[in-house]
Design a protein around this ligand. Sequence first.
Ligand SMILES: [Zn+2]
Ligand SMILES: [Zn+2]
Length: 763
Amino acid sequence: MNALAATNRNFRLASKLLGIDSKLAKSLLIPFREVECTIPKDDGSLATYVGFRIQHDNSRGPMKGGIRYHPQVETDEVNALAQLMTWKAAVANIPYGGAKGGIGCDPSELTVSELERLTRVFTQKIHDLIGIQIDVPAPDMGTGPQTMAWILDEYSKFHGHSPAIVTGKPIDLGGSLGRDAATGRGVLFATEALLNQHGKTISGQRFVIQGFGNVGSWAAKLISEKGGKVVAVSDITGGIKNSEGLNIPSLLKHSKEHRGVRGFQGGDPIDPNSILLQDCDVLIPAALGGVINRENANEIKAKFVVEAANHPTDPEADEILKKKGVVILPDILANSGGVTVSYFEWVQNIQGFMWDEEKVNKELKTYMTKGFKDVKEMCKTHDCDLRMGAFTLAVNRVARATLLRVNKKRNKQREMAATTSGSAGNRIPELRKDAISNRWVIFSPARAKRPSEFKSNSPAVSDQQLHQRCPFCIGNEHQCAPEIFRFPPDNPDWTLRLIQNLYPALSRDLPSPAPARLANNLTGSVLDGFGFHDVIIETPVHSVQLLDLSPHDVAQVFLAHIKRIHQLATNDSIKYVQVFKNHGASAGASMTHSHSQMIALPVIPPNVSARLGNMKDYFEKTGKCCICEIQQEDLLIDTSDNFFSLVPYAATFPFEIWIVPRHHSAHFHELDAEKAIDLGRLLKLMLRKMSLQLNNPPFNYMIHTSPLHSNASELAYTHWFIQIVPQLTLTAGFEIATGCHINPVFPEDAAKVLREVNVPESG
Ligand SMILES: [Zn+2]
Ligand SMILES: [Zn+2]
């Protein structure tokens, strides 16, 4: 298993233990950026190298990670390393996310001046990607303090003197004291915490260290100073063993002089490949990844493995060692000393104040010890080993930061909305569209008063109008067009009547139409105006409005619509039935007596076919119905057993409300009697909230459903809903010209206002 697969696996396991939802888990995965760097070589020829920077996550702070110069850039490996930095910084509780970068080149084949030119060109290409509060590089394989100095110098040409742009700098340019020893010293502190927890100390334990580079040699030196016995050490030149304990200062001297441990006289030479299997208490792999695997895991004799290298233990070996009772201190905790002191370096640069080495080491000990303690806590909470404890700690911290930032953003928007008033509104306009209408809407709060001060200045029905009598009133049936049915049937004491419209938009008396034909002028189409236009008188009493009816009586209105749709559906020429209500003269009502209307059409009207097309597109892209996915906490107004009401994300009109069935349903006329009462209750509540908050405005409601003869695939992505639109703004030239509406109230503000309207009991 490669490094990325292993890291992803640990991340997934940790997410599962924490119960983090998959959406968030997905948002924590990685982008990869490549840049081309061309430089003149010393011989005058041009050479091109590929540089890259991977930025994994910045929810806890600027991203941090090494820049390596190496001929092979394994995308998966650097991805894993960037990700590992995120988790490492989170375990250490330092405010960074993870990154990794570098150039695909062999630094041993380049001269110093070529390396400098390459580093400067690379910096020019990425100077906008990195930044003191964005992404702070550090040395890695094939790079060092000099490389960082070049990056600092080149970056400062663009952005002014910026020592905090890189860490691992030479001390003279703002590097931190103690940085060189930091990873090795961190290994010591972490090992100490682990041993203490098992009732042991460094002194008296026998250590084996694989790798005698920066980390291994510092760890060996510091451990031996603490009384630990380093019994075997290896590097690429060879291995050396002394069961009485190696003299580390002499070995360091030898290694420096001979560029390796090979030939050291203070012990017996061993095969470096056998180093991991040497008898000891604590094994410290401080060289490469994947060295402990299923081939050798069973033969490891140590009781503790401290992962000073990244990924030294592969997941199979992890399982084997766990069964043997070997305790593994995972890399993201054990080797986090380096990034921790990098953080101290950055802090010192920002403060413009240099710490002495004692302070650096003391702070490092505090961080490493606290990190170990926090990991142990997670192990207890989730009953898991140290590796999973470290991963759950890290993933939890990153996820929490991510969620807090999202909430913070929303809260900030709300605060801003609350202070928005008149032209002094400080919220910027926004364009939004949703998947359903796929039309841009302009939200421009600066044009409006506070959302809560929005009122209709022409209430739908005056008091005087409420006390008239009209043809719809009970007893005046003879003044109306013919009746189709009434509830209860044949009862002179009716509660609801469905009649023909006296002035129908379409004629029911024409023969069913032939298919559309070309118009005489040849640029249009024409069809006989066949169709049905009916009226539902919702109450026998003139002064009673829809919102005064009981939920049961509102349900009767829906059931009348549904009964009529079933009748109309028997006519093959009818393709779509639109149910709507106009309330108040400016909303188009010619009668004040409460009524709704239905028009049955021989064609599918343009808004409906556009909506169907959009919903189909969304379904084809995502496999989901876009209305099933529409719920969003800050847009929600209220809920019932079977429905919820919300202000849509890209509401065309201020205080527009949708009522949506919770469960997928393509046709309004599938609604049953019980759900109709539930819907009646929610519609009534919405109308009352609207009336109280907006001063009884004229309004329209429309039932958006699917065409009568939908095929099975259409049924999968169409989902009916009710749209309620209070008449508060005018449709004028701009809207007519562009189809783009200007809405002065942000949907989340409208939803909040409507949520908070207090509707008195009764009625
Ligand atoms: Zn009337
Ligand atoms: Zn649906």
